[in-house]
Unconditional design. Structure first.
Length: 419
Protein backbone atom coordinates (compact mmCIF):
# COMPACT_ATOMS: atom_id res chain seq x y z
CA UNK A 1 0.00 0.00 0.00
CA UNK A 2 2.15 2.88 -1.25
CA UNK A 3 1.22 6.55 -1.19
CA UNK A 4 -0.53 6.48 -4.59
CA UNK A 5 -2.77 3.62 -3.44
CA UNK A 6 -3.58 5.51 -0.24
CA UNK A 7 -4.57 8.58 -2.26
CA UNK A 8 -6.90 6.49 -4.42
CA UNK A 9 -8.42 4.94 -1.31
CA UNK A 10 -8.86 8.43 0.18
CA UNK A 11 -10.68 9.45 -2.98
CA UNK A 12 -12.95 6.42 -2.69
CA UNK A 13 -13.66 7.15 0.96
CA UNK A 14 -14.49 10.74 0.07
CA UNK A 15 -16.96 9.63 -2.63
CA UNK A 16 -18.58 7.27 -0.12
CA UNK A 17 -19.01 10.16 2.32
CA UNK A 18 -20.99 11.98 -0.36
CA UNK A 19 -23.06 8.98 -1.47
CA UNK A 20 -23.88 7.35 1.87
CA UNK A 21 -23.33 10.03 4.54
CA UNK A 22 -24.17 9.00 8.13
CA UNK A 23 -24.95 5.44 6.91
CA UNK A 24 -22.97 2.20 7.28
CA UNK A 25 -20.71 3.91 9.80
CA UNK A 26 -19.28 0.67 11.16
CA UNK A 27 -18.09 -0.54 7.76
CA UNK A 28 -16.77 2.86 6.75
CA UNK A 29 -15.14 3.18 10.17
CA UNK A 30 -13.17 -0.01 9.52
CA UNK A 31 -12.24 1.32 6.06
CA UNK A 32 -11.07 4.58 7.63
CA UNK A 33 -9.09 2.70 10.29
CA UNK A 34 -7.30 0.57 7.68
CA UNK A 35 -6.59 3.69 5.65
CA UNK A 36 -5.21 5.52 8.66
CA UNK A 37 -3.00 2.62 9.76
CA UNK A 38 -1.78 2.06 6.21
CA UNK A 39 -0.83 5.70 5.86
CA UNK A 40 1.13 5.55 9.13
CA UNK A 41 3.15 2.62 7.79
CA UNK A 42 3.72 3.58 4.17
CA UNK A 43 3.77 7.38 4.11
CA UNK A 44 7.07 9.03 4.97
CA UNK A 45 6.46 11.83 7.43
CA UNK A 46 9.28 13.90 5.97
CA UNK A 47 7.18 14.10 2.80
CA UNK A 48 4.25 15.67 4.65
CA UNK A 49 4.11 19.41 4.10
CA UNK A 50 1.95 22.02 5.76
CA UNK A 51 2.12 25.75 5.26
CA UNK A 52 2.73 27.84 8.34
CA UNK A 53 -0.51 29.82 7.89
CA UNK A 54 -2.58 26.64 7.66
CA UNK A 55 -0.89 25.20 10.74
CA UNK A 56 -1.57 28.41 12.71
CA UNK A 57 -5.21 28.30 11.62
CA UNK A 58 -5.58 24.75 12.90
CA UNK A 59 -3.77 25.41 16.19
CA UNK A 60 -5.97 28.44 16.94
CA UNK A 61 -9.18 26.53 16.21
CA UNK A 62 -8.16 23.37 18.06
CA UNK A 63 -7.17 25.36 21.16
CA UNK A 64 -10.39 27.38 20.93
CA UNK A 65 -12.49 24.23 20.67
CA UNK A 66 -10.63 22.64 23.58
CA UNK A 67 -11.30 25.71 25.72
CA UNK A 68 -15.04 25.63 24.99
CA UNK A 69 -15.12 21.90 25.65
CA UNK A 70 -13.61 22.51 29.10
CA UNK A 71 -16.10 25.33 29.71
CA UNK A 72 -18.99 23.08 28.76
CA UNK A 73 -17.62 20.30 30.94
CA UNK A 74 -17.28 22.68 33.92
CA UNK A 75 -20.85 23.89 33.32
CA UNK A 76 -21.99 20.23 33.33
CA UNK A 77 -23.12 20.24 29.73
CA UNK A 78 -24.58 16.79 28.98
CA UNK A 79 -23.04 16.80 25.51
CA UNK A 80 -19.63 18.30 26.33
CA UNK A 81 -17.69 15.08 25.80
CA UNK A 82 -19.67 13.94 22.77
CA UNK A 83 -19.09 17.25 20.94
CA UNK A 84 -15.32 16.72 21.08
CA UNK A 85 -15.60 14.49 18.00
CA UNK A 86 -16.90 17.36 15.84
CA UNK A 87 -14.76 20.14 17.26
CA UNK A 88 -11.54 18.33 18.20
CA UNK A 89 -10.98 14.79 16.95
CA UNK A 90 -12.47 15.03 13.46
CA UNK A 91 -10.65 18.30 12.61
CA UNK A 92 -7.36 16.72 13.71
CA UNK A 93 -8.11 13.68 11.55
CA UNK A 94 -8.96 15.93 8.60
CA UNK A 95 -5.69 17.80 9.12
CA UNK A 96 -3.82 14.51 8.97
CA UNK A 97 -5.48 13.49 5.72
CA UNK A 98 -4.92 16.97 4.29
CA UNK A 99 -1.21 16.23 4.71
CA UNK A 100 -1.32 12.59 3.58
CA UNK A 101 -3.54 13.28 0.58
CA UNK A 102 -1.56 16.24 -0.71
CA UNK A 103 -0.67 15.39 -4.32
CA UNK A 104 -0.88 16.59 -7.91
CA UNK A 105 -3.08 13.58 -8.65
CA UNK A 106 -5.81 14.44 -6.15
CA UNK A 107 -5.83 18.17 -6.92
CA UNK A 108 -6.39 17.38 -10.62
CA UNK A 109 -9.17 14.90 -9.91
CA UNK A 110 -10.93 16.80 -7.14
CA UNK A 111 -13.63 18.29 -9.39
CA UNK A 112 -14.37 14.93 -11.03
CA UNK A 113 -14.60 13.24 -7.62
CA UNK A 114 -17.12 15.77 -6.29
CA UNK A 115 -19.25 15.69 -9.43
CA UNK A 116 -19.18 11.87 -9.41
CA UNK A 117 -20.40 11.87 -5.82
CA UNK A 118 -23.25 14.22 -6.70
CA UNK A 119 -24.32 12.28 -9.80
CA UNK A 120 -24.30 8.88 -8.06
CA UNK A 121 -26.25 10.37 -5.14
CA UNK A 122 -28.81 11.77 -7.59
CA UNK A 123 -29.21 8.43 -9.34
CA UNK A 124 -29.67 6.64 -6.02
CA UNK A 125 -32.37 9.05 -4.86
CA UNK A 126 -34.19 8.74 -8.20
CA UNK A 127 -34.09 4.96 -7.84
CA UNK A 128 -35.47 5.32 -4.33
CA UNK A 129 -38.34 7.46 -5.62
CA UNK A 130 -39.09 5.06 -8.46
CA UNK A 131 -39.03 1.99 -6.20
CA UNK A 132 -41.46 3.70 -3.81
CA UNK A 133 -44.18 3.95 -6.44
CA UNK A 134 -43.40 1.26 -9.01
CA UNK A 135 -42.16 -2.33 -8.94
CA UNK A 136 -38.39 -2.67 -8.73
CA UNK A 137 -36.45 -5.90 -9.45
CA UNK A 138 -34.26 -5.55 -6.35
CA UNK A 139 -35.39 -4.97 -2.79
CA UNK A 140 -33.59 -1.82 -1.66
CA UNK A 141 -35.77 -1.01 1.34
CA UNK A 142 -32.93 -1.48 3.84
CA UNK A 143 -30.68 0.78 1.76
CA UNK A 144 -33.40 3.45 1.72
CA UNK A 145 -33.86 3.11 5.47
CA UNK A 146 -30.14 3.51 6.15
CA UNK A 147 -30.11 6.74 4.16
CA UNK A 148 -33.26 7.91 5.95
CA UNK A 149 -35.13 8.22 2.65
CA UNK A 150 -38.64 9.64 2.82
CA UNK A 151 -40.84 10.75 -0.03
CA UNK A 152 -44.20 12.41 -0.51
CA UNK A 153 -43.73 12.77 -4.20
CA UNK A 154 -47.18 14.08 -5.10
CA UNK A 155 -49.42 15.42 -2.37
CA UNK A 156 -51.68 18.46 -2.40
CA UNK A 157 -49.97 19.73 -5.52
CA UNK A 158 -46.49 19.63 -3.98
CA UNK A 159 -43.61 17.23 -3.37
CA UNK A 160 -41.11 16.46 -0.65
CA UNK A 161 -38.08 14.21 -0.82
CA UNK A 162 -35.62 13.57 1.97
CA UNK A 163 -32.44 11.51 1.90
CA UNK A 164 -29.16 11.82 3.77
CA UNK A 165 -27.26 12.26 0.49
CA UNK A 166 -29.62 14.94 -0.85
CA UNK A 167 -27.34 17.50 0.79
CA UNK A 168 -24.46 16.25 -1.38
CA UNK A 169 -26.66 16.73 -4.45
CA UNK A 170 -27.42 20.28 -3.34
CA UNK A 171 -23.72 21.07 -2.87
CA UNK A 172 -22.93 19.90 -6.39
CA UNK A 173 -25.43 22.28 -8.04
CA UNK A 174 -23.65 25.60 -7.23
CA UNK A 175 -20.33 23.76 -7.60
CA UNK A 176 -21.10 22.83 -11.23
CA UNK A 177 -22.80 26.18 -11.85
CA UNK A 178 -19.48 27.87 -11.04
CA UNK A 179 -17.61 25.68 -13.52
CA UNK A 180 -20.21 26.33 -16.23
CA UNK A 181 -19.92 30.08 -15.75
CA UNK A 182 -16.14 30.08 -16.03
CA UNK A 183 -14.68 31.19 -19.38
CA UNK A 184 -13.34 28.30 -21.48
CA UNK A 185 -9.68 29.18 -20.90
CA UNK A 186 -10.02 28.10 -17.26
CA UNK A 187 -11.57 24.69 -17.96
CA UNK A 188 -9.83 23.41 -21.09
CA UNK A 189 -9.90 19.78 -20.01
CA UNK A 190 -13.52 19.60 -18.85
CA UNK A 191 -16.39 18.47 -21.07
CA UNK A 192 -19.00 21.21 -20.70
CA UNK A 193 -21.74 19.06 -22.21
CA UNK A 194 -21.20 16.47 -19.49
CA UNK A 195 -21.16 19.26 -16.90
CA UNK A 196 -24.45 20.62 -18.18
CA UNK A 197 -26.11 17.19 -18.01
CA UNK A 198 -24.85 16.72 -14.45
CA UNK A 199 -26.06 20.22 -13.53
CA UNK A 200 -29.57 19.66 -14.90
CA UNK A 201 -29.86 16.24 -13.24
CA UNK A 202 -28.88 17.51 -9.80
CA UNK A 203 -30.90 20.73 -10.14
CA UNK A 204 -33.99 18.78 -11.19
CA UNK A 205 -33.76 16.64 -8.07
CA UNK A 206 -33.20 19.59 -5.73
CA UNK A 207 -36.29 21.29 -7.16
CA UNK A 208 -38.36 18.14 -6.68
CA UNK A 209 -37.12 17.80 -3.12
CA UNK A 210 -39.30 20.67 -1.94
CA UNK A 211 -36.50 21.85 0.38
CA UNK A 212 -37.26 25.54 0.57
CA UNK A 213 -33.94 26.53 2.13
CA UNK A 214 -32.20 24.83 -0.80
CA UNK A 215 -34.34 26.82 -3.22
CA UNK A 216 -33.46 30.15 -1.62
CA UNK A 217 -29.73 29.47 -1.67
CA UNK A 218 -29.85 28.21 -5.28
CA UNK A 219 -31.56 31.42 -6.33
CA UNK A 220 -28.77 33.37 -4.62
CA UNK A 221 -25.94 31.19 -5.96
CA UNK A 222 -25.53 32.91 -9.39
CA UNK A 223 -25.19 36.25 -7.59
CA UNK A 224 -22.58 34.74 -5.23
CA UNK A 225 -20.64 33.44 -8.24
CA UNK A 226 -20.85 36.82 -9.96
CA UNK A 227 -19.50 38.64 -6.88
CA UNK A 228 -16.63 36.15 -6.69
CA UNK A 229 -15.85 36.72 -10.36
CA UNK A 230 -15.43 40.42 -9.58
CA UNK A 231 -13.24 39.75 -6.52
CA UNK A 232 -10.96 37.36 -8.41
CA UNK A 233 -10.90 39.48 -11.57
CA UNK A 234 -12.62 37.06 -13.94
CA UNK A 235 -14.33 38.70 -16.88
CA UNK A 236 -18.11 38.45 -16.78
CA UNK A 237 -20.03 37.11 -19.78
CA UNK A 238 -23.73 36.76 -20.56
CA UNK A 239 -23.63 33.04 -19.88
CA UNK A 240 -24.38 34.13 -16.34
CA UNK A 241 -27.82 35.42 -17.35
CA UNK A 242 -28.61 32.28 -19.37
CA UNK A 243 -27.77 30.00 -16.47
CA UNK A 244 -29.83 32.06 -14.05
CA UNK A 245 -32.78 31.88 -16.45
CA UNK A 246 -32.30 28.11 -16.83
CA UNK A 247 -32.87 27.58 -13.10
CA UNK A 248 -36.26 29.24 -13.23
CA UNK A 249 -37.25 27.68 -16.56
CA UNK A 250 -36.36 24.19 -15.35
CA UNK A 251 -38.32 24.77 -12.15
CA UNK A 252 -41.43 25.84 -14.10
CA UNK A 253 -41.13 22.94 -16.57
CA UNK A 254 -40.66 20.45 -13.73
CA UNK A 255 -43.76 21.60 -11.92
CA UNK A 256 -45.75 21.73 -15.14
CA UNK A 257 -44.80 18.18 -16.18
CA UNK A 258 -45.74 16.75 -12.80
CA UNK A 259 -48.88 18.91 -12.60
CA UNK A 260 -47.77 20.45 -9.34
CA UNK A 261 -49.80 23.37 -8.04
CA UNK A 262 -47.71 26.51 -8.41
CA UNK A 263 -49.87 28.33 -5.87
CA UNK A 264 -49.02 25.65 -3.32
CA UNK A 265 -45.33 25.98 -4.20
CA UNK A 266 -45.58 29.73 -3.75
CA UNK A 267 -47.28 29.24 -0.38
CA UNK A 268 -44.58 26.79 0.72
CA UNK A 269 -41.86 29.22 -0.32
CA UNK A 270 -43.42 32.23 1.43
CA UNK A 271 -43.96 30.04 4.50
CA UNK A 272 -40.19 29.87 4.84
CA UNK A 273 -40.30 33.41 6.26
CA UNK A 274 -43.32 32.89 8.54
CA UNK A 275 -42.32 32.32 12.16
CA UNK A 276 -45.37 33.30 14.20
CA UNK A 277 -47.69 30.60 12.87
CA UNK A 278 -47.28 27.29 14.80
CA UNK A 279 -48.22 25.47 11.59
CA UNK A 280 -45.68 27.24 9.35
CA UNK A 281 -43.02 25.06 7.81
CA UNK A 282 -42.88 21.30 7.85
CA UNK A 283 -44.45 20.12 11.10
CA UNK A 284 -44.37 23.64 12.48
CA UNK A 285 -40.58 23.76 12.15
CA UNK A 286 -40.48 27.54 11.62
CA UNK A 287 -42.30 28.26 14.87
CA UNK A 288 -40.08 25.77 16.69
CA UNK A 289 -37.01 27.56 15.35
CA UNK A 290 -38.40 30.86 16.64
CA UNK A 291 -38.79 29.37 20.13
CA UNK A 292 -35.27 27.97 19.89
CA UNK A 293 -33.96 31.37 18.88
CA UNK A 294 -35.59 33.14 21.84
CA UNK A 295 -34.35 30.55 24.34
CA UNK A 296 -30.81 30.50 22.92
CA UNK A 297 -30.52 34.29 22.95
CA UNK A 298 -31.89 34.51 26.48
CA UNK A 299 -29.37 31.91 27.70
CA UNK A 300 -26.52 33.52 25.76
CA UNK A 301 -27.15 36.86 27.50
CA UNK A 302 -26.27 35.16 30.78
CA UNK A 303 -22.70 34.71 29.50
CA UNK A 304 -22.29 36.80 26.32
CA UNK A 305 -18.49 36.88 26.07
CA UNK A 306 -17.56 33.20 26.38
CA UNK A 307 -20.96 31.51 26.22
CA UNK A 308 -21.80 28.39 28.23
CA UNK A 309 -19.46 25.96 26.47
CA UNK A 310 -20.02 23.03 24.14
CA UNK A 311 -22.69 20.51 25.03
CA UNK A 312 -24.73 22.81 27.27
CA UNK A 313 -28.49 23.19 26.98
CA UNK A 314 -30.62 26.32 26.67
CA UNK A 315 -34.29 26.34 27.66
CA UNK A 316 -36.76 23.50 27.45
CA UNK A 317 -37.42 23.28 23.71
CA UNK A 318 -35.76 19.94 23.00
CA UNK A 319 -35.87 18.42 19.50
CA UNK A 320 -33.85 15.28 20.21
CA UNK A 321 -33.83 13.66 23.64
CA UNK A 322 -30.59 11.86 22.72
CA UNK A 323 -28.87 15.18 21.90
CA UNK A 324 -30.49 17.80 24.08
CA UNK A 325 -27.69 20.26 23.31
CA UNK A 326 -28.23 20.12 19.53
CA UNK A 327 -30.18 22.90 17.81
CA UNK A 328 -31.30 23.49 14.24
CA UNK A 329 -30.27 27.15 14.40
CA UNK A 330 -26.62 26.19 14.33
CA UNK A 331 -25.07 29.67 14.35
CA UNK A 332 -27.29 30.96 17.15
CA UNK A 333 -26.43 27.77 19.05
CA UNK A 334 -22.74 28.43 18.40
CA UNK A 335 -23.18 31.94 19.83
CA UNK A 336 -24.81 30.44 22.93
CA UNK A 337 -22.09 27.79 23.29
CA UNK A 338 -19.02 29.95 22.55
CA UNK A 339 -20.11 33.55 23.03
CA UNK A 340 -18.80 36.54 21.14
CA UNK A 341 -15.19 35.31 21.39
CA UNK A 342 -15.96 31.96 19.77
CA UNK A 343 -18.05 33.52 17.00
CA UNK A 344 -15.25 35.94 16.17
CA UNK A 345 -12.61 33.17 16.00
CA UNK A 346 -14.67 30.69 13.96
CA UNK A 347 -16.04 33.37 11.61
CA UNK A 348 -12.55 34.81 11.10
CA UNK A 349 -11.32 31.32 10.19
CA UNK A 350 -13.94 31.03 7.45
CA UNK A 351 -13.04 34.49 6.13
CA UNK A 352 -9.39 33.44 6.17
CA UNK A 353 -10.27 30.52 3.89
CA UNK A 354 -12.15 32.77 1.47
CA UNK A 355 -9.58 35.59 1.44
CA UNK A 356 -6.61 33.22 1.13
CA UNK A 357 -8.34 31.49 -1.79
CA UNK A 358 -8.90 34.80 -3.57
CA UNK A 359 -5.24 35.79 -3.12
CA UNK A 360 -4.06 32.47 -4.55
CA UNK A 361 -6.50 32.60 -7.48
CA UNK A 362 -5.25 36.05 -8.44
CA UNK A 363 -1.67 34.73 -8.62
CA UNK A 364 -2.07 31.16 -9.89
CA UNK A 365 -4.34 30.77 -12.90
CA UNK A 366 -4.62 26.99 -12.60
CA UNK A 367 -5.92 27.29 -9.01
CA UNK A 368 -9.15 28.97 -10.14
CA UNK A 369 -10.76 25.79 -11.46
CA UNK A 370 -10.15 24.15 -8.07
CA UNK A 371 -10.62 26.90 -5.50
CA UNK A 372 -13.47 28.87 -7.05
CA UNK A 373 -16.11 26.08 -7.08
CA UNK A 374 -14.92 24.89 -3.65
CA UNK A 375 -15.43 28.39 -2.25
CA UNK A 376 -18.85 28.84 -3.85
CA UNK A 377 -19.89 25.40 -2.58
CA UNK A 378 -18.65 26.33 0.90
CA UNK A 379 -20.57 29.62 0.99
CA UNK A 380 -23.81 28.03 -0.22
CA UNK A 381 -23.39 25.18 2.26
CA UNK A 382 -22.79 27.60 5.13
CA UNK A 383 -26.03 29.38 4.23
CA UNK A 384 -28.16 26.23 4.46
CA UNK A 385 -26.25 25.18 7.58
CA UNK A 386 -27.77 28.19 9.37
CA UNK A 387 -31.08 26.35 9.83
CA UNK A 388 -29.85 22.73 9.75
CA UNK A 389 -26.62 21.70 11.51
CA UNK A 390 -25.09 19.67 8.68
CA UNK A 391 -21.56 20.57 9.81
CA UNK A 392 -22.17 18.74 13.08
CA UNK A 393 -21.57 15.51 11.14
CA UNK A 394 -18.22 14.03 10.12
CA UNK A 395 -19.51 13.23 6.62
CA UNK A 396 -20.11 16.90 5.76
CA UNK A 397 -17.08 18.50 7.40
CA UNK A 398 -15.19 17.97 4.12
CA UNK A 399 -17.09 20.99 2.77
CA UNK A 400 -15.08 23.11 5.20
CA UNK A 401 -11.75 21.29 5.04
CA UNK A 402 -11.47 20.65 1.31
CA UNK A 403 -10.78 24.34 0.53
CA UNK A 404 -8.13 24.26 3.27
CA UNK A 405 -6.60 21.23 1.55
CA UNK A 406 -6.42 23.14 -1.74
CA UNK A 407 -5.01 26.24 -0.05
CA UNK A 408 -2.29 24.17 1.62
CA UNK A 409 -1.48 22.47 -1.69
CA UNK A 410 -0.98 25.71 -3.61
CA UNK A 411 0.79 27.47 -0.74
CA UNK A 412 3.33 24.66 -0.34
CA UNK A 413 4.20 24.16 -3.99
CA UNK A 414 7.79 24.69 -5.03
CA UNK A 415 6.74 27.87 -6.78
CA UNK A 416 6.52 30.44 -4.01
CA UNK A 417 3.20 32.29 -3.94
CA UNK A 418 4.07 34.90 -1.32
CA UNK A 419 0.37 34.83 -0.45
Amino acid sequence: MNRIVIQYLLSLFFVLMMIIPTAYQEVRGIFLGVLFCGSLVFVKFKELTIHRDVLILFIINILTSFFFFLLGFINEGPGAIRTTTVYLFWPILYLYFILVGRSDLFIKKINSIIILGGIVSSILIMLFIYSSYFSFPINIDSFKENLDFKSNFLYDGFSQVHSANLTSVFYVVPFILTLLMLPSKYILHINKSALLIAFITCLFLVILSGRRAFWVVLILSPLIVYVYFILVGIKFNYKFLLLVASIFILAIITYSIFTFNLDVAKSQFSGLFEFDDPNAGVGGSNYTRKIQYLELIASWKESPIFGKGFGTVAGTNIRDENQTWAYELSYIALLFHTGIIGIIIYTSSVFWILISSIKIMKKVLESIIVLLPLNIGLICFLLINASNPYLEKFDFLWVLFLPVYAINYFKTRKVELNA
